[in-house]
Design a protein around this ligand. Structure first.
Ligand code: GAP
Length: 497
């Protein structure tokens, strides 16, 4: 089983990610992405946009501010409700999330607990401060939003947004008009979110500044969901792993067997699942939907399933994204608080649209790719989807003389506009393969003495370490076939035989 520290060490050494402000000792809950991490992030974002905006011609990208005025977050309910329960050690003054301490002790999810349950449980389990053994204070609410002051007097305040969603809701009316009042309408955004987590931990899993990709779909149930019903019929036999709130185990079921949930929800649930299996290429045994109980659900949700990944490095099943039916809660709140109508005209009169939200934590999703992909058996290598991996191709001269470096630069230049590609000449060829295996380079191209004679090169496959010989003039096309899955490496090998 992969160890978290081992994977993190590779990430730091090779340029994926590390703690922000490392040279000053770092600060819990903040991480930066290095050159390979940034490429992985960009390609994941692109795939996310291609896939989810591709679901409907009326789904679009928007970008909104990180800082939200006080009134927005008050209206959304975050000022009153966006809190975790905190406990303080009376001896050393350290702060903890009570549910995390209980979870560590019992191995059971304790996120549902209110202050009274938590107090009881801490007493029953005889928990004391993990740092100094001191006793805990009474559990208290802690609002997780970061307040920022606006302007020189500091009297006006806003918040760093704790979710990207609110920026979308407050722009609903503008976009609805700009898009000529078509419904359903989807507005997606990708950007930072900020939460003053009491105990940031587990690498990028619980950060104080993190990235979200969220798609908000606006529609009036019973009026605009015919479109979802039709699309749902095409996938209703799709099998998903799911754990309902009252089930003791995860079961593989067909979507149509979940007959108490409407098609608009199940259609998007199926599509999220497909994103994990077909785009992120995670094995279905490592992903599941888990339904949250009423106690666990966010305050704005009517139906709430999380997608969980079975992490090797983070002790099992953890949430990476969620599908939230927020009803008309958000637009209604903003309508009431802004005194601006956010309703739409329908044959049945004016209605406030409902929202179904597809919410992804990007950092957690990238970590799931690294966690599931990093393999340390007879060699160390990173098995990433070829369309997402930060480096798709590496080009090397076999030796650093006799015109091979120059020839390899020619090949490198020919590939640059089609692929994420690197050129390397230092170290032995074996070391170059090993370095590229570790960061998930799908194909290594070697230029040797035969290349000078017959304009051919070798392609080495990261999965099998097998090689084929191909002509330079066909190289771009062959790599495209391999990367986009139109042909398999073994088909090319058989062709050679
Ligand atoms: N707009 C809905 C929303 O924000 P959420 O479940 O609170 O819902 C969505 O967050 C996703 O954001 C989660 O599934 C998770 O992947 C990610 N996320 C939440 N808090 C996080 C944190 N402190 N660090 C990293 N990712 C986080």
């Amino acid at each position: 089983m992969m160890d978290k520290e081992e994977l993190l060490s590779m990430c730091k050494r090779r340029g994926f990610l590390w703690r922000s402000a490392e040279i000053y000792g770092g600060e819990a809950g903040f991480y930066d992405y290095g050159h390979l991490g940034a490429k992985l992030l960009d390609s994941w974002k692109q795939k996310w946009k291609d896939f989810f905006l591709g679901l409907d011609e009326n789904y679009h990208m928007i970008y909104t501010n990180n800082i939200m005025p006080h009134r927005v977050m008050e209206a959304s309910g975050h000022v009153d409700h966006f809190s975790d329960i905190m406990i303080r050690c009376e001896r050393c003054d350290s702060y903890f999330r009570g549910d995390h301490l209980i979870e560590q002790e019992t191995g059971e999810n304790a996120e549902w607990m209110g202050k009274e349950d938590m107090k009881e449980s801490i007493k029953e389990l005889e928990l004391s401060c993990p740092d100094c053994g001191g006793d805990f204070s009474e559990p208290e609410d802690f609002n997780m939003m970061f307040t920022v002051s606006l302007g020189p007097t500091g009297q006006k305040t806003g918040f760093l947004r704790p979710e990207t969603a609110q920026g979308t809701y407050i722009n609903f009316r503008r976009e609805y008009r700009a898009l000529r009042k078509q419904m359903p309408m989807g507005l997606a955004t990708i950007g930072s979110a900020f939460r003053n987590e009491i105990s940031p931990r587990q690498v990028v899993f619980r950060k104080r500044e993190f990235l979200q990709a969220e798609l908000q779909i606006f529609f009036v149930p019973g009026i605009h969901d015919e479109k979802f019903k039709k699309k749902y019929q095409e996938i209703e036999e799709m099998k998903v792993n799911i754990r309902r709130e009252d089930w003791d185990e995860t079961r593989e079921v067909m979507l149509k067997e979940i007959d108490d949930i409407q098609p608009f929800y199940l259609y998007h649930l199926g599509k999220m699942y497909e994103f994990y299996t077909d785009i992120m290429k995670l094995s279905s045994k490592d992903i599941r939907f888990r339904e949250l109980s009423d106690d666990e659900k966010a305050f704005y949700n009517k139906i709430h399933f999380d997608i969980e990944v079975n992490f090797d490095t983070l002790n099992g099943w953890k949430e990476v994204s969620g599908l939230h039916y927020r009803s008309d809660y958000d637009l209604r709140q903003h309508q009431e608080n802004s005194n601006q109508s956010l309703s739409v005209s329908t044959d049945d009169g004016k209605k406030i649209p409902h929202v179904i939200e597809l919410s992804f934590g990007i950092d957690r999703n990238l970590w799931s790719l690294l966690d599931k992909g990093y393999k340390d058996d007879d060699r160390t290598w990173l098995d990433l989807p070829k369309e997402i991996t930060p480096r798709q191709v590496a080009v090397f001269p076999l030796v650093r003389k006799d015109g091979l470096p120059e020839k390899s630069r020619e090949v490198f230049d020919k590939l640059r506009s089609d692929f994420r590609v690197t050129w390397e000449k230092s170290g032995s060829i074996g070391k170059r393969y090993a370095r590229n295996d570790e960061v998930g380079t799908s194909y290594c191209i070697t230029i040797d003495y035969d290349t000078l004679e017959d304009e051919s090169v070798t392609i080495r496959d990261i999965e099998t370490t097998e090689q084929i010989r191909v002509e330079i003039k066909e190289l771009n096309d062959i790599l495209k076939e391999l990367i986009y899955g139109r042909k398999k490496f073994k088909d090319h090998m058989e062709q050679e035989d």
